[in-house]
Design a protein around this ligand. Structure first.
Ligand code: 4AD
Ligand code: MG
Length: 459
């Protein structure tokens, strides 16, 4: 018999005589010769009530089916006389697949702290909250692919091992095939290492995506990025996933539009496919999660110039920890003020001072700013960073030198400007920050299954 999913069983349209349910016991109680099991199988946040008569053969197995055990139950799906559920399963056969010792099984309580659940990341998929976060994450990931597929983008796989520092921020993990002992003894010489040069884990797939876009037209990459940032904040992970589209013949306006459409598309998809999970997550979140998501789906992005953002912050009469002036990089406190309090919606900030942005952003006519943008979200802050790319060879070379980058290391990237250079633009969306926004979780470590941060590498 094929397994019926709990999410389908609880929404059945009619009773069914022979149903097979397999899942993990959330709770078990017994009264007057009857056992009640609440089963969840990960198909949704719902549980199905299973009723087992104490004199059923195999009911002995139920005695061991405490919270956490894996069980298999066959029986009839019938209307439930009890309150709180429409259907229940009247068991004919119960099998214990795997017991869980109630003395030591960690997930006994209904509600555990995020910190505790993080310490048992391998088991938290079975908790209410992380089950829901995981399902929303999956729906959002598939929505990314659907979004680009609908628009005829090519899906591109960019390298994870790389020789270049795309962001020029020096937050690279160094990769070597040499033993630390050998390095300690003989010193490190890149020439003798595996690739014959210094090697890193990628911080972004952008440079490779630019090459692909300048040939394929429009591409996106959705892959892992690695940053050895020591900032132990609730918004930074050492390993995270990024969605990076790159579009030939596009300028700043078009690429900002694309970022807004992507955000609206994913939010809409999560609302329509993950309603029960969003309802559950709303109970954990500080704000009305579904209202917030609906308003993003319906309103999209608000846009403003960087200069305007600075004026709003200066006039806000707030005491900022980091000072605000034209030329200052916006900090999380500023980003959240703009998105959360001033505009109460996602905001795209355009045309930043060139000093605070990477070498590849296109210099504007005013020679003070670059055609770059960030998207800021309520509760999360920066979620997207992107720009029109500098397609003029000489300007790009000058910018690289100004920023202490040797153009000789980027000959292939400069070739894109030597042969058929075309205007193009792209952005990177931090996928975990998106998941934080979609689920209301306040810490990035709860938006990725197995988080990696400075000093933390379990699993
Ligand atoms: O703004 P960033 O650094 O931009 C880039 O890497 C560009 N090369 C992207 C591009 O244009 N193709 O990073 C993009 C986004 C940020 O807005 C943020 O959401 C996320 O990536 N991000 C991080 N997320 C989690 N942990 C970190 N340490 C992150 N660093 C950046
Ligand atoms: Mg950025």
């Amino acid at each position: 018999m094929r397994r019926t999913k709990v999410a389908d069983a609880v929404r059945a349209e009619a009773p069914a005589d022979a149903v097979l349910i397999q899942g993990w016991v959330r709770t078990r109680r017994s009264s007057k010769g009857v056992h009640f099991l609440e089963l969840n199988d990960g198909s949704g946040p719902e549980t199905l009530q299973v009723v087992v008569d104490a004199d059923l053969s195999g009911a002995g197995e139920v005695e061991q089916s405490a919270t956490g055990a894996a069980v298999s139950v066959e029986g009839a799906l019938v209307e439930s006389p009890g309150r709180g559920q429409t259907w229940e399963l009247q068991a004919r056969e119960v099998r214990l697949l795997g017991a869980a010792d109630p003395e030591v099984y960690p997930l006994q309580k209904k509600r555990h702290s995020d910190e505790f659940l993080r310490s048992i990341a391998h088991l938290r998929f079975r908790s209410n909250k992380y089950g829901a976060v995981s399902r929303v994450r999956s729906t959002a990931a598939l929505a990314v692919h659907d979004f680009f597929r609908e628009r005829d983008f090519y899906c591109l796989h960019t390298p994870i091992l790389t020789a270049s520092d795309c962001e020029g921020a020096g937050e690279l993990f160094k990769v070597t095939a040499q033993d630390p002992e050998r390095i300690a003894e003989k010193g490190y010489s890149p020439e003798e290492d595996f690739f014959g040069k210094r090697t890193y884990l990628t911080v972004s797939g952008q440079l490779a995506a630019e090459a692909a876009a300048c040939g394929l037209g429009q591409v996106y990459t959705f892959g892992p990025a690695f940053r050895a940032e020591d900032s132990n904040t609730p918004r930074h992970a050492a390993e995270f996933w990024m969605v990076e589209p790159e579009v030939a013949f596009a300028g700043l306006g078009e690429i900002v539009d694309l970022a807004g459409e992507l955000l609206v598309f994913i939010t809409g998809r999560v609302l329509s496919e993950r309603g029960p999970d969003i309802d559950l997550l709303s109970r954990f979140a500080e704000t009305d999660l579904s209202r917030r998501l609906e308003s993003v789906r319906d309103q999209g992005l608000h846009r403003l110039e960087y200069g305007e953002a600075v004026r709003i912050l200066e006039q806000s009469e707030r005491e900022w920890t980091y000072p605000v002036f034209f030329g200052a990089d916006l900090q999380t406190e500023h980003e959240r003020y703009l998105a959360e309090e001033h505009f109460r919606s996602p905001v795209a900030v355009l045309n930043y001072p060139r000093e605070i942005k990477p070498f590849y952003m296109r210099e504007n006519e005013d020679e003070r700013t670059v055609a770059g943008f960030d998207v800021l979200l309520p509760a999360v802050g920066e979620i997207v960073g992107g720009s029109q790319r500098e397609e003029r060879l000489e300007v790009l070379q000058r910018r690289m030198r100004e920023m202490g980058i040797d153009p000789a290391d980027y000959e292939w990237y400069l070739d894109l400007r030597r042969y058929g250079s075309a205007p193009h633009a792209g952005f990177g969306l931090g996928f975990e920050r998106l998941v934080m926004f979609l689920t209301g979780v306040g810490n990035i470590r709860d938006a990725i299954p197995f988080p990696r941060a400075s000093g933390q590498l379990e699993y």
